[in-house]
Design a protein around this ligand. Structure first.
Ligand code: M6R
Length: 357
């Protein structure tokens, strides 16, 4: 039930801090150490490469997951859009493990891949919010998101839950491989949950940004590098899906290879700046678009902020920034859709779970 909330989407955005805390609890042992079913840890450890397969928002969570598996657990990882993978299967390594990420566990494109790889004799792990869903039943292993039912078509809390569960899996596998990641992940995730609360308290700021940057906008761009790039794709999907504003996410460095031609006087460009190693680069990219007339909205993180930034996110561990940088973008999409009188929870032409290929 949405209770006093006008929309499920707003309620589900607000639930994210609780979901993160719940996930940490569900994946902790009695001593408070993170734990994952040993059979799953062994399956991941045994793989010479992970193939993450997903669609839409879950694919964007997979892009973050690739970073976790490679950076923390040192396992080469590929991320694939399910509908592409099934008919254009790449060359596979000798010992692949497939990881399906799906809120609903019912997405037909992902299921088609699962059927195919099972025929080939490979193992699969499904990360889903729905126990007993098709992708869960047909895979060898399941990890649950514990996000509670997600009703709004636009995925919000399932995305952050997916990212958190992927981080926990990568961290536990790293430990199983005796890799010291130097991250106290439980602690870092509770810092994330508090930061999320702070952001939810700032919704009015994000409503203002939606007004300032998106009233009358025909299109909008999201630019970022590294982890921020993946979040930009998610921010753009969210905005286009519910507000019908044409929105695209670009890697900051790619702008000059084409997309910058789209910038006109007043074009809104949202830029994420949460990654220290590319902070100056993304700032440079913002200058490039501003000098062509763009209306830039920079969302940075504490410690990396500069004069003129529209919003400074509370500091979290650099690898976990996608859990918080997405929240302003969720709110901005929500308010942009609301201001335009769109049906926020049930956008046109879309279904909550896509059960046809
Ligand atoms: O249930 P799934 O996670 O498999 O769904 C995948 C996509 O259909 C889904 O994430 C879609 O992109 C959302 N509407 C995005 O908000």
């Amino acid at each position: 039930e949405k209770g006093t909330y006008p929309h499920y989407m707003l309620k589900e955005i607000d639930e994210q801090p609780i979901v993160i805390r719940k996930i940490v609890k569900e994946y902790s042992d009695n001593q408070g150490d993170l734990q994952i079913d040993q059979a799953i840890v062994d399956a991941v450890k045994a793989a010479d490469r992970l193939y993450i397969v997903a669609a839409g928002t879950s694919y964007h969570a997979g892009m973050i997951g690739k970073n976790f598996f490679e950076r923390l657990a040192k396992i080469p990882t590929e991320v694939h859009v399910a509908s592409e993978f099934v008919y254009n299967t790449p060359l596979l390594t000798k010992k692949p493990l497939f990881i399906f990420i799906s809120q609903s566990g019912e997405t037909a494109d992902s299921r088609a891949v699962l059927v195919k790889i099972k025929e080939l004799g490979y193992n699969a792990l499904t990360i889903t919010n729905v126990p007993g869903s098709t992708l869960s039943r047909e895979a060898d292993h399941t990890l649950l998101l514990h996000a509670g039912p997600e009703i709004a078509v636009a995925s919000t809390k399932a995305y952050t839950a997916q990212v958190a569960v992927l981080a926990i899996l990568a961290q536990v596998v790293a430990k199983g491989k005796n890799i010291d990641t130097k991250i106290d992940l439980s602690r870092e995730l509770s810092i994330v949950a508090s930061a999320m609360e702070t952001l939810c308290d700032h919704r009015e700021d994000f409503e203002k940004m939606a007004r300032e940057f998106l009233t009358d906008a025909r299109n909008a761009f999201f630019i970022g590098r590294g982890l921020d790039y993946a979040v930009c794709l998610e921010g753009a999907l969210k905005l286009k899906e519910i507000s019908y504003i044409q929105a695209e996410g670009f890697a900051g460095g790619e702008l000059k290879h084409g997309p910058i031609a789209l910038i006109e006087d007043g074009t809104p460009v949202f830029a994420l700046a949460t990654q220290e190693n590319v902070n100056l680069n993304i700032r440079g990219n913002v200058k490039e678009v501003v000098s062509r007339g763009a209306n830039a909205c920079i969302i940075s993180m504490k410690g990396l902020e500069m004069k003129g930034d529209a919003f400074v996110l509370p500091e979290v561990h650099p690898i976990l920034t996608p859990l918080i940088s997405v929240i302003p973008l969720q709110f901005i999409s929500y308010y942009a859709a609301l201001h335009r009188g769109c049906d926020v929870d049930k956008p046109r032409n879309l279904a909550k779970s896509v059960t046809v290929e």
